[in-house]
Structure formats: C-alpha cells, structure tokens
Unconditional design. Structure first.
Lengths: 295, 271
C-alpha cells in the first residue's frame, strides 16, 4: 500500500492491528498516513527512527495501540517522501506538532492509498475538517510575507533618498572663445561652476602662454578662497591659506596647491572646462596636455 | 579497574553562543524579563515596553472580532503612521515657497525614485478621512459613546476635526490651481466667523468709534492665511501646520484616546 514511499520497507504489520485504519485505507492526505504505513514499530524504517525518540509524547491523540508510537514518531520524514501531495498540505516538519492534525491521526493514519497514490494525492477527503494550513505554518507564512514586504519597503525608502535628477550645474561647460579673455584671473564662472579661468603669459610648469582652470576649493578644509586682485593672490577666509595665481600655496595651513581641472578646446573653438577630471601639482599632473591650454 | 570520568552534557556552538548572548549586559538591559509564558511574564512585557504599555494585558473576546470593531480605529492609527512616514520622506524634497512648491511636487513624480511616494501620502490621507468617519459610525452604532466613554467620544470628535484640518492644509501644498482655489474657497468660510471674521455676525459691533477692530487684515481668516489672500504666507503657514502643529496635536490626543479606551473598559463592548 504505502510502499511507494519506501519501496524497500517490509509491508507494514500495524495496519491490520487497527480496524479503522484498514477500513479507511483509500486516500492519501495526512502526513501521518505515510508514516504509519512505512514505519512499523520494529524500527525497520531508518528514516523514522530519530523521531521516535523525540516526539511521541507530542501527539497523544495519535492512532491507538502499537501504531501510536510509530505514527507519532515517524510523521515527518515519510511525509516529505510522499512528495506529490496538494500544495495546501501541512508543512512536513510542522504537521505533527499540532493537535488539529493529530486528533484525526487515528483515522488519517489509515487513509493510505493503494499505489499509485500520487494520482489521488490532490483530492481532499470531503469529511476532512482539518485546516489546510496549520496555525504554525500560517503564522510562519504571514510573518515571512510581512518581513519580506517590510524589507522591500525599507529598500525602496533607501532608494527614495537618491534622486534620478540633480538641480546642479553640469560638470563641464563651454567658457567661450580664448579671445574673450585677457591675461589674469577671470571670476565669471566662480559662482556657478566653482572654477577660476586664468590666462597666463608664462605658466609655472609648462613655461608657455595659455589657459588653466583652478578649482575654487581650498586644499586645507574645503572652503572657497577669495581672489584679491590688489594683492595678486587667492586668500581663504576660513583659516588664512594663501595661493599664488598659479595655484601654488605659500601661506597659511593649506598643505598643497589648488587643483587644476581639465581644460581643452572644443570642436567649435571654444574653451571647454571639465571639472570631472582634476590635476594635482604635487603629483606632477600639471604638465598633462589637458591640464593646460596653450594659446 | 576501568577509569570513570564525568562527561558534561554536550552543548553545540549555537547553544553556547545563545547562552553567552543572553547574559551580556546589552541583552539584559534591553530584555528585562523572561519569555512571556506565564501571566506574570506577560504583564511584565506590557508594563516594561513603552510601545505596548498602552495596551491592556488582556482584552475582551469581542475586541478582536472584526465584525464587531471593523478595526477602523486601528486602521486610522495605521494610516496615521503611514502618512507620518511618507510625509517625512516627502519633506526631504518639498520646499514650501512660491518658486519651488509646484516644481518640487512634479519632481517628486518625475525625478525621484519611487514616484508613488506622494500618491501613497495622498491616497493614504483620503483613506484616513474615510476610516475615521467609519470608526465614528461604528462607535455610535455600538453605543460606545455612553458614559463612562463620553469623554473619549469628545476626544475623538476633536481628532476628527484635526484629521480634516490635516487634510485641508495638505491640500494647498501642491500649489497648483486646484489647491489655490480650493483653499481660497475653503478659507472664505472664516470670513463669517462670529465676531472674529470681518464679515461674520457681530464683527461690526467690535469697533472703537469709527475704527473697526475686526477687518480683513486682522480677522480669523488672516490668521489662517498669513495674508489677505492665498499667497506665500498661506503656503508657509499651511506647511508648518500640516507638518508640525496638527500632527503633534493629534498625536498627543491619540495617546489620551488609547489610554482612555483601556481605562474605560476596553474596546467597546458591555462594561
């Protein structure tokens, strides 16, 4: 009968011992059914043995007689073995722990189909009033779903804090034609883009006339220095760092020169300033062809 | 003679870790009672937890019957929490000024991930108005306004008004045509406030000689709008009321409300 779960198990001896079991041996539904059939009290089913030592007391309403121990103890494993059961059936490891299923254990123990039981596994006995889900399984499902939804909401909330569009000036911009600039510091882009455009007749590192673009971020702690035209220097109001027009630091706590940003000629002949790439003098980067625009 | 030795019961790493964890100072300072498997343990859980202490340890069987309570009070509270949370998130992107208010609302839909955040806030607000009304209806139908619960009924009526005011103030914030004219129409009602509205009954009596004390620039409507028409002052005023003032008030009253529910014999039901 239930040997489809354990083909090598001897025919169960217990079934004839329970009258009601024999009478109702027609369908498979409860996990108990497989257990009774495949786990005789002799312990012949090795899979069932561990359970027999731990859980019999948990199921006082199980099948009477010698079947009780086997029914109670072996519920879990055979249930898993009889895989093609309805989706609504109790979870294997939970099924035996509730009295609702256990109370029908005696009768259910015998509702074991002759092979092939899989064909009838999907049908539910019309008289069966046991819940589709045990309380424990339902609570597990509910908490799992709640936790998953909460985690998803939390993740979405985190994503919410990172907008897809920024109302900030672009990293690169066209600064007009080189002929528009005289020698010296030009402050027209400082407010919006955070750079000075400087035209020099002899660069400190490249030794040719041309343009460079200085980032207005002080290398001490990140304030914005002022251009003091009378003193021909950049002076940071926060802690007094001073920089030459080349960007090289000469006074105050700033540890290194101001950074230059990428400056090239665009295809239309305009100056293109690109703040996404910085050049640091102490790393020898000011001689990079894109750090200085010869003109 | 064979040696005998004492063997300690085997403990897995998990058990040892659990024993260590539950004896740490951090753990014992958070969980100050045993598992709630006795009546005393359950009482301690409730009494020692700030979130649970408004709850009674036991409730009447009818209190958990959906058919009896409709869970409308609980749903109202839940929606309030949802609205608080989503509203807080919206505040990260919304600026209550004439220049930005409308574009920020559009940006919340177009530029920000999870563009339904504002919709959740909006629909949640509609839903809360509905659930609060249904809660009131249920309380009336079960006779739960009768003494000694009449005090809590009154608290509930105030919270109903606060809920409607929250809905009203939130209505202006998108700063579109619908919002501006809806608030224009709605706030015109304040003109007719007795004595305190400049078009209300009795307002003309409050005057010093020829000088009226109540006029368009100092009456109840002006206090609401921060101006004589729905403009920048109204937007900022409604924003502050919507995000801070009214939620604080309703939160305090909710604490009183829930506390009174418990003190006056639990959720509805016979006393």
């Amino acid at each position: 009968m239930a040997d489809e779960t354990k083909p090598d198990t001897p025919a169960p001896k217990i079934v004839p011992q329970t009258g009601e079991a024999t009478a109702a041996a027609s369908t498979v539904r409860s996990p108990v059914a497989g257990a009774t059939a495949s786990a005789p009290p002799t312990g012949a089913n090795p899979a069932a043995t561990p359970h027999q030592t731990t859980t019999p007391a948990a199921r006082p309403a199980a099948a009477p007689g010698p079947a009780a121990a086997a029914t109670a103890g072996a519920h879990a494993r055979p249930a898993a073995a009889a895989a093609p059961r309805p989706a609504a059936a109790p979870l294997p490891d939970l099924a035996g722990k509730t009295t609702s299923v256990a109370s029908t254990g005696g009768a259910a123990a015998a509702r074991t189909a002759p092979a092939p039981a899989t064909a009838k596994a999907a049908t539910r006995d019309p008289d069966d009033s046991s819940p589709l889900l045990t309380r424990r399984a339902w609570l597990g499902l509910a908490w799992g779903a709640f936790s998953a939804a909460s985690a998803a909401a939390l993740a979405a909330t985190g994503r919410f804090m990172f907008p897809n569009v920024l109302n900030e000036p672009p990293q690169q911009f066209k600064a007009g034609f080189p002929t528009e600039y005289g020698v010296g510091v030009d402050e027209r882009w400082k407010e919006k883009y955070g750079v000075w455009l400087v035209r020099t007749t002899d660069d400190i590192d490249n030794h040719v006339p041309g343009f460079y673009s200085l980032s207005v971020t002080c290398t001490h702690l990140g304030c914005t220095p002022n251009y003091l035209s009378a003193e021909n220097k950049f002076k940071c109001p926060c802690h007094g760092s001073g920089f030459r027009l080349t960007g090289v630091n000469f006074e105050g706590p700033a540890p290194r020169p101001l950074e230059r940003v990428r400056i090239v000629l665009a295809e239309d002949g305009q100056i293109l300033v690109d703040k996404s790439r910085h050049f640091q003098r102490e790393l020898g980067q000011w001689t990079d062809p894109e750090a200085f625009l010869k003109a | 003679m064979a040696d005998t030795k004492t063997v300690a019961p085997k403990e897995g790493a998990g058990t040892r870790f659990w024993n260590w964890l539950t004896e740490t100072q951090v753990w014992t300072s958070i969980f100050r009672h045993d598992r709630p498997d006795t009546d005393r343990g359950r009482v301690l859980v409730m009494l020692s937890n700030v979130f649970l202490h408004l709850h009674p340890v036991r409730i009447r069987k009818s209190g958990v019957k959906l058919r009896y309570t409709w869970c409308m009070g609980g749903l109202s509270f839940f929606l309030f929490l949802v609205l608080t949370f989503t509203g807080l998130l919206l505040m990260f992107y919304y600026r209550p000024t004439l220049e930005y208010a409308y574009t920020d609302i559009v940006g919340l839909r177009e530029h920000v991930p999870l563009g339904i955040m504002r919709e959740m806030h909006r629909w949640g607000a509609h839903a809360m108005v509905i659930t609060v009304w249904l809660h009131m209806f249920r309380v009336f139908m079960t006779g739960s306004y009768k003494p000694p619960r009449e005090f809590n009924w009154s608290v509930g009526v105030i919270m109903l008004v606060l809920t409607l005011l929250l809905s009203f103030t939130g209505y202006l914030l998108p700063w579109d045509q619908l919002a501006i004219w809806a608030i224009t129409v709605g706030s015109n009602m304040a003109r007719a406030t007795p004595f305190l509205g400049h078009e209300g009954p009795g307002a003309q009596l409050l005057r010093l000689g020829d000088v009226p004390l109540i006029h368009a620039a100092d009456d109840a409507r002006f206090a609401l709008l921060g101006g004589t028409f729905v403009g920048e002052g109204a937007l900022l005023r409604f924003y502050v009321l919507h995000c801070v003032g009214l939620p604080l008030g309703i939160a305090v009253l909710m604490a009183v409300h829930f506390w009174r529910v418990r003190k006056d014999g639990g959720i509805s039901g016979p006393l």
